[in-house]
Design a protein around this ligand. Structure first.
Ligand code: EPZ
Length: 417
């Protein structure tokens, strides 16, 4: 397993280009199953979760080609299988996003239940309830969800809880259903609006994406389209923290500041200096950071996918900060590794109390999930000495060429194969 070796204390200086959003590219790829036509997806992040989705779609019988850059061509003229196997789903729970499109276009889908993950139980009961509302018969047995339907029928679906991939799965299914559907208490994340934009380019009739009520007029068929994936707001936030906690002057290009206003506001409250442009930002570090409490929340609140990175930042802030994780029940795995580097953190259920500023020193630490690994890399950038981050396959799932980007603006980092 690859590791990252990081020597802390380097000044970071220069531009970094933000990649396309992983959490937008994944549902966009699944959308190719909704049509015989070709999808051309641009600004795709070349991260491992995208490659896993390529493998899954190919196993289903779709053609998926990358042009060696960041453009993908996807075509599911016919499919050879309706099954997303356990071996793939266990490595990436977003595989569940093929369920809606398969069911809507082919009338059946068999998808392995994702099971729990490092950050929480993460059931898909709300997805299943939604498909039943659209008229599907759904059975869950032998570790698989099996759903069948002649043709889905439009329905009014009220989510008991806000779910991002649940909203995406049902939006894709309802696009080919007979009649009108409404999704109430839908997720507001920018990735939802991006998927709706793509589906509308394919001939769908979706309105209200980005609000809590989405209306979908089902159509008979969808056609091919070309679409450029939005910038990754979590990668953007991660680099903002890299800039804020280190002596730095970073320019982030090809990003969308309006997609992470909740995060920017909190980082500024903690003392970060951030300038915003239309599609770029500048962050200057080196100022004294101060503690600021945060509660993670659905969009447009403070993203749970930024919580771990923020915790690393709070170890470098003067004072006591309280971090409350309200979305996932087990998302503090990074805390014990940060403590191994000298951080002062107390965990009490869904709350973490961080006392700063701590003197961090290099250590060998283990990544437990995607965003936890990012927080360890950030801490290592300011720790004295050398840190080795193990199990960085987690990082590779969602960050495109992160060590090259960090090295390009001055970080002392290398990948140990
Ligand atoms: C998406 O996961 C993202 N993944 C996650 O990003 C992100 O953390 C999460 O949304 C929240 O913002 C992708 O988009 C691929 P949810 P998702 O359904 O859709 C509960 C990253 O780091 N719930 O919005 O799986 C659930 O357990 C990843 O890039 C149910 O109870 O999250 C959680 O507590 C990690 N039943 C809450 O809702 C359901 O049927 C929100 O989950 C569905 C969800």
């Amino acid at each position: 397993m690859d590791k990252l070796k990081i020597t802390g204390g380097a000044r970071l200086n220069g531009p970094v280009r933000i990649s396309g959003a992983k959490n937008s590219a994944l549902p966009a790829m699944a959308a190719c199953l909704l049509t015989e036509g070709e999808l051309i997806l641009e600004n795709m992040p070349m991260v491992n979760d995208i490659l896993t989705t390529r493998r899954l779609l190919r196993e289903l019988g779709a053609e998926v080609e990358f042009d060696g850059g960041n453009t993908a061509r996807l075509k599911a003229t016919r499919i050879a299988s309706h099954e997303a196997p356990y071996d793939l789903v266990k490595t990436m729970r977003a595989s569940v996003l093929v369920l809606g499109p398969l069911l809507a276009r082919f009338g059946k889908a068999r998808v392995s239940l994702p099971g729990g993950c490092a950050i929480g139980a993460r059931p898909i009961d709300l997805h299943i309830k939604g498909f039943e509302k659209l008229g599907a018969t759904v059975n869950t047995e032998y570790g698989y969800v099996e759903a069948v339907a002649n043709r889905l029928k439009g329905a009014n679906i009220v989510f008991e809880k806000i779910t991002v991939t649940g909203t995406e799965n049902l939006m894709m299914a309802a696009a080919l259903a007979e009649g009108q559907s409404t999704l109430v208490n839908a997720a507001l994340e920018p990735e939802i609006s991006d998927l709706a934009d793509l589906l509308n380019k394919m001939g769908a009739k979706i309105s209200g994406a980005g609000t809590s009520v989405i209306t979908i007029e089902g159509v008979e068929t969808l056609h091919g389209a070309t679409h450029s994936i939005i910038p990754d707001r979590i990668e953007t936030g991660t680099f903002l923290v890299a800039g804020a906690i280190s002596e730095s002057n970073l320019e982030l290009t090809r990003c969308n500041p309006s997609h992470l206003s909740g995060v920017i506001e909190k980082l500024r409250e903690a003392g970060a200096v951030i300038e915003e442009g239309a599609d770029s930002m500048r962050v200057r570090g080196g100022n004294e950071l101060r503690s600021a409490d945060v509660i993670t929340h659905e969009y447009p609140g403070f993203a749970t996918d930024m919580q771990a990175q923020y915790m690393a930042m709070m170890t470098q802030a003067k004072g006591i900060s309280l971090i409350t994780e309200s979305i996932f029940e087990n998302r503090f795995m990074h805390a014990s590794e940060l403590m191994r580097m000298g951080a002062n953190i107390r965990i009490d259920g869904s709350r973490a109390v961080v006392a700063g500023k701590s003197r961090l020193t290099g250590a060998t630490v283990i990544a437990s999930d995607l965003r936890a690994s990012a927080s360890l890399v950030l801490a290592a950038l300011v720790a004295e000495g050398v840190t080795t981050v193990d199990r960085i396959y987690h990082l590779d799932r969602g960050y495109e060429k992160i060590e090259e980007k960090l090295r390009s603006f001055g970080a002392q980092i290398e990948r140990l194969k």
